[in-house]
Structure formats: C-alpha cells, structure tokens
Design a binder for this molecule. Structure first.
Ligand SMILES: Nc1ncnc2c1ncn2[C@@H]1O[C@H](COP(=O)(O)OP(=O)(O)OP(=O)(O)O)[C@@H](O)[C@H]1O
Ligand SMILES: [Mg+2]
Length: 1041
C-alpha cells in the first residue's frame, strides 16, 4: 500500500479515499446526517437495513440514537465495551447506547446540569432493555464507595421486582412493560450514584382481570405459582397450576418458552431482599397477590336479572385470612352496593354482572394500589440518606410505552398515545430549540425549518373545558344517564369540527367504511387511530364501591392499610378521574424533563415475530414515520450537517496541513481557517461560528476524514519510529538513572558500614586501653572487656599451640587470672594425651615400656650410663638359639630361656676375664661356658645384685655363703648392663634388691673370704687386678652401657 501511494501519488490518494467510502457504504453511515440523500425515506431505511444486517443496531441522527432491536444477544455489552466508551468523545467511536450514557454522564459532571435520557419506541422495540443497559453502564463505570455499592445494587435490583409486578407477556413482547417508568439516578459531586427515585405511570390494571388471547397476566402470578415453595403455596391456599385460576386462563397461554417463571421467582425473591424487604413484608405482599387470584375464582350464582350470591365459600375463607378482613363483611360487600343518599346509607343487592364487575374492580384496585405501594417502598430504599448530598446531580431515564395502534383501541391506548403526543412535542421543542439556540449562540444565520407541530393535537386532548379529557370527565361526573355513547355524542358536538378528530357520524363515506359506530378517530402526529368508546367512562371513573373500600380500609394486612387510607372514606369529594390524574402526572413529567438536558434513544422493532435477522420494511417505515425520524433528520440537516468545536476539529485534522502540524500556536479559529483553506473547502461548504466550525455537506467531512485515514498510515510509521526511539531512550535513561541511584545507595551503605566499623574499632581500642590500665583491679565494667579478651586470646593461643606429644612440655604462659585454670587444663590435656597415647600402644611396646619403667625405677639418677640406655630399645634376647650350645639347651630341658646375653666373668681369684653366656630362665640365672653349665643361681637364692654408680658394665650377683653348691658371688660384666640387669631383676623379681654403690663393692669369694671391686672414672675402660688385690674398674666418663 505504501508502495502504491508512492508510485501513483495523488491518484493513489483518491483511490484510497474511494475504497474507504465503499467500505463505509457496505455498513451504511454511522450518522444519518451524513446520508447523501437525506430527504429520502428509502435511503434512510436502506441505511438502517445495511447496518442491521451487519449487526450494527445503533445509528445516530446527530445526537439522537436510533436503536433497532436485534432480538438476539450481541457481544457488545461487555465490560470492555463499557471501558471503550468511557470518557470518549461521542463521535470518536461507533454509535452505542453506552456513548449516549457516557455523554449524558459527562455533561452532567462537567456542566453540572441535570440530564435525562428519553427512550421511546413501540412495544417490543427494546426500551426497557436500553434503560437496563444504561443503568448497568453507570453501575460498572461510575466511581463507587461502600455505601454506593448498595445503592448500585438496589438500583439494578429494582428492575426485576418492577418487571415481575408491572410486566407481562403480550402479543408484541414477552416482557412488555405495562406501566410507564421514569427513574432518576442521583449522583454525588464525585460522580458516584448515591440514590434514585422512580415515578410510575398508568399501570394497565385491566390486565389483572382480563387478558387477550395469547397474552398473560402480570409475571408475578405465574412466578409465585411455579416457583413458590410448597409450604408457601399451602399457606396461601394456592395450587401449583395456573389453569386453576380464572384470572390466569383468559389468554390461554400460562407457559411461554422464552420465560422461566421458576428461575425468575428466585431472582425476584433475591432482589426483594436486596431492596430491603424483610420476610414479613414479602409475606404480606404475597398474601395480596394470592388474594387477587382467589378473588378471581369467586363465582356467583343467581339469574342474570336477579340478585347475585357467592357460590364459592372456600375462596372467602382464604380471602378473609389473606386480606385480614372479616369474611362475612367481605361476602356482603361483594354482593351489595352501598349508597349514601341524603345522609342515609342504603344497601342494594347487585345482579350477576354488577357483582362480577365489583369483584374485578376490587381486584384491580388492590393490585393497582399495591403496585404503587411497591414503587414507593423501592423509592424509600433508593432514597439517599445522607443530607450532605442534597445538591446531587441527576440523570433521568424515561422508559415509557410507545405509540400503540391495535385493532381495537380503548381508553388505555388513548392515554398512551396522548402521552406520546406530549413526548413528541417535547422532543420537537427541545431539538429545534437547541438547534436554533446553537446557531444563534454561534452567530450563524439560519432559516427556520418547517415541521409539523403537534401542539394542536395535545390541545385537542388536554385543553380545559374543550379538550377530550374534559369532555370525558364531564360525562363521568354529570348526573343522569351518562354513557359511553353520550360521551361520543358530546365529542361530536364539542370538537366535531377539529381537523384531527372525526367520528363515524362525521366522517366521509370512505372513512366511515373503516370505522365502527362507537369509535372516534384521532389524527395523531404518528398516524390515525380509531378509539372505541366502550368502557371509557368506567375506566375513567375507576370506581370501587364504597363498601368494598370500607372492607379494605379495615384490613389487617400492613400493606393494604397503607394502600387504603380511612381518610378516603370521609372525603366526600369525588376522586380525580383516571384521565385527569394521568394528565396531571404527564404535565409534571414534562416539567421534570424540561428542566433537564435531554438525550434521545429512539427504539425500532424490526419485525412482529420477535425474530432475529428479520427486517420488515413496512413495519419499520411506519415506525420511522411516527417516531418523526425523517423530520428530525431534516431539522438537523437544514442547518449544517456537522459541527465541531474548533479545538476538537483542529486536534483531529491538524496533521493534514503543514502549518497546523504538529501544533498550532495562534488562535484556534485562525488555525481552523488555515486548515480548511489548505484542504480546499469552498466558502459555501462551511461557516465559522464563535467556537465551532459548521460543515454543511457530509461529503466535505468525508473527504477530510478519508484524507486523514490516508495520512494516518504515514503518520503511524513516523510515530512508531519516533516512539520506538523515544521508548528506547527513555528506557536507557531510566536504566542509567536507576544505576546511579543504586550506586549511590550502595556507596552510602558501604560508607556507613565503614564508619560503623571504625567507630566500633575505636570503641574497642578505648575499652582495651582502659581495661589495660585497670587490669589489676577487681573485675569491673572498665576492665571486664580487657580481662575477657586476655582470657579469650590466651585460650585461642593455647588452642593453636597445644603440645603435640607427651614429651613436649611447652605450654603458653597464662595471664594471672588463668594460672590455675591453665594448670588444670594442662593436666587434663596431658592426661588426655597420655591416655590417648596409651590407647594407641601395642602389647610389645607396652612390654618394652614396662621394662623401661623398671629400668628407670632402678637406675634413674643412680647410674651414670643409664641415660644413654633410655633411647635404646631393650631386645628380647642377645643370643639366639644357634648361638647357644645345644647341649646347654638339652640340659636345661623344658626350662625356657627368657633372655640370653654374652657376658665376661671375672674369676674370684686373680680376676681373670673369661667369656661366658648368661641365660635367664624362669627359675634361675645360668652361667654357661660353651657346652657347660658353669653355675646356676636360683632366683630364690639370689640375695642381691650390686653395681656401681659409674658408667661401667660390671655387676655382682650375690649368692648365700652358706650354700655349698655355690662357689661364692659372681662378678660379671655386660656390654648392656642396664638391659641385662633389668631383665634379671624382672625375671628374678628382684627389682628392690639391686644395690648401686659408690666407690666399691664387697662380695664373698667363698669360705668366708671377701673380694672388693673399686670403681673409678677415667678416660679408658679398664678392668684389672690392682696392686692391692682388689679388682679395679675404671669406667669411661659417659662410657659404655
Ligand atoms: N439490545 C438488545 N439486545 C438483545 N435483545 C434485545 C435488545 N433490546 C431488546 N431486546 C429483546 O427484545 C425484547 C423486548 O424488549 P423490551 O422489553 O425492552 O421492549 P420494550 O420496548 O420495553 O417493550 P414494551 O413497551 O412492551 O415494554 C427483550 O425481551 C429482548 O428479548
Ligand atoms: Mg418495556
């Protein structure tokens, strides 16, 4: 598309514009004002048809919304749709009921002016649905508070209740409203709905007692019978079968496929409680509904001309209970009438026909008044309680019966059509007036358009003395034999010459053919309607016999006591007739509507079959005509097809002119002028007012719209690219500034932490110094930290420097306070290490250590060469099996050698050194020379062992002198003296018998002789006989072991 536009230039633009126009044609125009041929009804209907086919049910005529009932659910009422229309300019989005709702709401908010939305159209055209949609729109989109929520609920829930009691299935609509309704929604200064008020108009009471074929009574009767709980029906004396009730069988269609009475019943019950009905209210209300059904079933006996009597006593019983009245009095009142003549009460019996109509009159009166009571009750619940909201703004919704033309039209149609005349007048006046006002205000010259002013018809109906209502009232009130026919005659006499009224008598031959003799014809703005005068007087009088009224006034039913006021009995003045009441209430309604800014919704019914997708052109043409839509369009088009505020216009189209794009700095009017000149508007095509531009032809606007559409594409891509750039830049800036913020914070945090650490450190140092100063004092706050620290650091140091082995005696120096503890710890630790060590040693090592222990006990600090022996391990034996002569082993027999070591033996005489082996068995020490056992010393006889304290290896084994077997003590020398003697001491169990001597040892040589060994230290080991005959042993300083 971009390529084409570039290639073909201005031609391309034209083609694009044309295609946009074709697209618009397919779905018609959104606003009839834009129709090229605006005077053609056919073009108007064709536009409706096109749009209807596309499910576009809404179209504007300026600000009036035309709505065609789709007879199917369209997906156009969702919350999203509501949001789409919220706060958006009326013309910016496609036509919708929400646009009208939003426009009224915004006008109310911004201009602080009360609004009303007038919904009109014939029965089944969708008025009630439209009003519900508007209400829902406000409930969803308006701001709310807690209190407002309940008001919203109540506003919404008032609909099902009023529909149950005031709507019925008719031939035209399965849910036809049989009353007119005007509802005010009140908003506070914040725009939240805070309350509501309902006015009701002329309920079609006759439906209570009679329905045409194919129609039903009011929904509530069927809902109660279908949905009411067993228990409830029993209390009310009702059966679950509508066929049982005379008032429900007339139309012969108790069931309708589109209506689910049972579920509707539940909805109504819930709605009643939302509105604020308590159980008692509901019970009383249902008593009345049930009693109407019982009244309908009252049967009379008696001749046509004779007095009537009641044949159905059970009904009276139920009625007495349900209405809270005396059964006998009621019975009497239903068969007699009471007249007061000259102050005297006269009772006269009724004939069959009179009695039946008295009964029906009572039913109608009871139902009608109860309906009014219901509306009042709802109003109480909707009334806003807060005094501060006194100056609330209001949006009124008028959902009132449309123009009705039936085969037979009666009093009700007369009233309804009169109401529509009044509304049409209001519509004409307000739309024309506002249009005219606007041109005037903007300083635009304008030729007023001719239109049919229906004031003449309104006057014909309502004028004092001369109007139809006055004539009817007069006939109703005058004494004598007034009848419907005399009323007709009076009409002929009084207003017979009126251009909009004719009767059978007055009509020309052609008209006479289509009129009954009892009919008069009114030429309404919407068409001709023949009204049959039959029943006019009765319906206008709406009389209830006095005695029936009296009975009702005595009722104990709380609702009825409010409906039938005793003061009414005392009032001798005749009550206002129905038509006059209606006239007065309409006048009030007009006043209300005039004081507000109106918006219009004109509903159209597409076919009589209630079918989706069927567009009945004849039916629609008729409605277009009587809704005055063509006139509306004409008025709208006579001036200018379109108008926009300068600001809005400029805002929308400024992109089409280089001078106004992207923004216009000067005056708005100049900007618009520059813009339209650039667009090539001809002078006759537009006018500039004070604040608005007026465009005469839709074509001009279309061309501008299409140009905008084309421009949008190029703008869109430009916007897109700059938007993307902007977004990226903003994103980057945001990221950067975020990073800076994060950095700053983080730095701040770090600095805080540092400062905190420093503060903490200073505090610690201070405490430490103070503690140091006071360290010798008793524990006090000044030094406790220091002391604790010293202890702690000592313990930590200790932990790091614990001795690794049992022999490691190092131990950190404890502070004064921990000296004792340190000692304890040290002991414990040692014990623990020793214990651990012990646990780790094996039996051989244990044996070794035990021997070492023994050696230590014997020699430690006593013998000089002991220390050298400590690190050397003791061996099991120094001689193995091969080194010992087998003969020796043989002679030892079973005695096992525990230790063997080579030794040097010194003779007792001469001290000659001889090599020998010392064997230790379990019983004795044996000295062996080669294969000879030279000497055996039993351990038991071993008296002791002597060694020197020096480092020599000489030792003496002392044996008892008296032992003849022994040759005296034995002097031996071992290179492993410590090991050898330790083994001897252990084997012989002589640990305590080893004597360590200083200087010399004396030993016995035998036969009482003694020898002496002298020990001295020298540089060389030397064992030799000294000159004095002693054995002299010179041991090396730190010599052998
Ligand atoms: N906007 C809509 N969308 C779908 N269905 C609709 C719409 N409007 C009306 N209808 C259908 O048409 C029926 C008749 O509409 P509604 O009751 O609003 O008519 P009315 O104009 O109030 O008639 P009456 O004058 O008899 O009360 C509704 O029950 C519904 O089925
Ligand atoms: Mg309705």
């Amino acid at each position: 598309m971009k390529y084409r536009a570039m290639a073909v230039g201005s031609d391309g633009l034209r083609i694009t514009m044309e295609s946009a126009l074709t697209a618009r044609d397919r779905v018609g125009v959104q606003d009839f004002v834009l129709l090229e041929n605006h005077t053609s009804e056919a073009a108007f209907i064709e536009n409706l048809r096109k749009r209807f086919k596309e499910n576009l049910i809404y179209t504007y005529i300026g600000s009036v919304l035309v709505s065609v009932n789709p007879y199917k659910d369209l997906e156009i009422y969702t919350k999203n749709h509501m949001e789409r229309y919220r706060g958006v300019n009326f013309y910016e989005v496609s036509p919708h009921i929400y646009a009208v709702s939003d426009n009224s709401y915004r006008s109310m908010r911004t201009e602080r002016k009360d609004q009303c939305i007038l919904i009109s159209g014939e029965s089944g055209a969708g008025k009630t649905e439209a009003s519900k949609k508007i209400l829902q729109y406000y409930a969803v989109t308006c701001p709310a508070s807690d209190q407002v929520e309940t008001v919203k609920d109540r506003l919404l829930q008032s609909n099902p209740v009023l529909e149950a009691f005031g709507n019925a299935k008719t031939l035209r609509n399965d849910n036809s409203s049989r009353f007119g309704k005007y509802m005010d929604i009140q908003f506070d200064f914040k725009g939240a709905p805070v309350g509501g008020h309902i006015l009701n108009y002329l309920l079609e009471k006759s439906r209570v007692v009679h329905q045409n074929h194919g129609e039903r009574n009011f929904h509530i009767f069927y809902q109660l019978i279908e949905g009411g709980e067993e228990d409830l029906l029993r209390r009310l004396g009702l059966e679950r079968n509508p066929q049982q009730y005379q008032y429900l069988v007339k139309g012969n269609c108790p069931k309708v496929s589109s209506i689910n009475d049972r579920s509707d019943w539940k909805v109504v019950r819930k709605a009643l409680s939302v509105i604020g009905f308590n159980e008692d209210d509901v019970e009383e209300l249902l008593n009345i509904i049930a009693s109407v059904l019982h009244l309908g079933n009252i049967q009379y006996g008696g001749e046509d001309s004779g007095n009537a009597y009641i044949t159905t006593d059970t009904q009276i019983k139920y009625l007495a209970r349900l209405l809270g009245v005396d059964g006998l009095v009621l019975k009497e009142a239903l068969t007699h009438k009471k007249i007061i003549a000259k102050g005297e009460e006269l009772k006269s019996p009724l004939n069959l026909e009179q009695a039946a109509s008295a009964r029906d009159a009572l039913s109608k009166a009871v139902y009608g008044r109860t309906f009014t009571w219901l509306v009042n009750k709802i109003n109480v619940s909707l009334a806003y309680k807060d005094e501060t909201y006194k100056n609330a703004s209001v949006i009124g919704l008028l959902d009132i019966y449309g123009f009705e033309v039936f085969q037979h039209n009666s009093f009700e149609q007369f009233c309804i059509n009169y109401c529509n005349e009044k509304l049409q007048q209001l519509f004409i006046e307000l739309t024309l007036k506002s249009e005219q006002d606007e041109y005037e205000a903007e300083g635009i010259t304008w030729e007023p358009v001719q239109y049919f002013n229906n004031k003449i018809i309104c006057d014909l109906v309502e004028e004092k003395f001369k109007g139809i209502i006055s004539i009817l009232d007069e006939e109703c009130l005058r004494p004598g034999d007034a009848s419907d026919i005399t009323f007709l005659e009076k009409l002929e006499n009084t207003v017979g010459g009126h251009a909009h009224l004719t009767t059978h008598k007055l009509a020309d031959g052609k008209t006479r053919k289509v009129m009954g003799r009892e009919e008069f014809r009114l030429l309404h703005y919407a068409g001709e309607v023949n009204y049959n005068v039959n029943g006019f007087l009765d319906k206008n009088n709406d009389l209830l016999f006095r005695n029936l009224k009296e009975v009702m006034c005595m009722s104990e039913n709380k609702i009825l006591t409010q409906c039938f006021d005793r003061a009414e009995l005392k009032d001798s003045k005749r009550p206002e007739t129905a038509a006059t009441q209606f006239k007065t209430s309409l006048a009030k309604l007009m006043e209300i509507l005039m004081s507000k800014e109106p918006s219009y919704v004109r509903c159209i019914k597409p076919n009589d079959a209630k079918q989706a997708g069927r567009f009945d052109e004849v039916l629609i043409r008729h409605q277009v005509k009587y809704l005055g839509l063509m006139e509306n369009l004409r008025v709208r088009r006579a001036g200018f097809a379109y108008r926009r505020h300068y600001e809005t216009f400029l805002q929308r189209y400024k992109s089409l002119c280089p001078e106004t794009w992207p923004s216009w700095q000067g005056k708005l009017a100049d900007g618009v002028s520059t813009l339209v000149k650039h667009l090539g508007y001809k002078p006759e095509e537009y006018k500039l007012g004070r604040s608005k531009i007026f465009i005469r032809f839709p074509k001009t606007l279309f061309a501008t719209e299409d140009a905008l559409e084309t421009r949008k594409h190029s703008l869109a891509s430009k916007l897109q690219s700059s938007w993307k750039g902007y977004r990226q830049k903003t994103k980057y800036r945001k990221l950067r500034s975020s990073a800076v913020v994060v950095q700053a914070w983080w730095r701040g945090i770090l600095a805080c932490r540092r400062a905190q650490r420093r503060r903490q450190a200073a505090k610690t140092i201070r405490r430490f110094i103070k503690g140091f100063i006071y360290r010798h004092n008793e524990r006090c706050p000044e030094n406790e930290y220091f002391l604790d620290y010293v202890r702690y650091s000592f313990l930590m140091k200790l932990r790091r420097n614990l001795p690794k082995t049992v022999l490691d005696k190092s131990w950190p120096t404890p502070p004064t306070a921990l000296i004792e503890a340190s000692e304890q710890l040290r002991k414990l630790y040692m014990q623990n290490m020793v214990w651990g060590y012990c646990k780790r040693i094996n039996p051989e090592w244990k044996h070794q250590l035990e021997q070492k222990m023994v050696a230590s006990e014997i020699f430690k600090n006593k013998k000089d060469n002991y220390p050298q022996s400590v690190p050397k391990l003791f061996v099991g034996t120094r001689l193995n099996g091969e080194e010992i002569n087998p003969k020796v082993l043989q002679s030892l027999g079973s005695e096992k050698i525990k230790y063997a070591v080579p030794v040097t033996k010194y003779d007792r005489k001469g001290y000659k050194a001889r090599p020998r082996q010392l064997l230790l068995t379990s019983n004795s020490a044996v000295i062996v020379e080669e294969a000879k056992l030279k000497q055996r010393i039993d351990y038991a006889t071993l008296k002791g062992i002597s060694v020197s304290s020096l480092s020599d290896g000489v030792f003496v084994l002392h044996v008892p002198t008296e032992d003849k077997k022994q040759k005296g003590d034995v002097v031996l020398q071992s290179d492993h003296i410590i090991e050898t003697l330790t083994k001897v001491a252990i084997c012989a169990d002589k640990v305590n018998s080893i004597n360590i001597n200083q200087g010399s040892i004396t030993f016995t040589v035998g036969q009482g002789k003694e020898g002496i060994i002298d020990f001295t230290s020298g540089s060389e080991l030397l064992v030799a006989k000294a000159k004095n005959g002693h054995l002299s042993v010179v041991s090396r300083n730190n010599g052998g072991i």
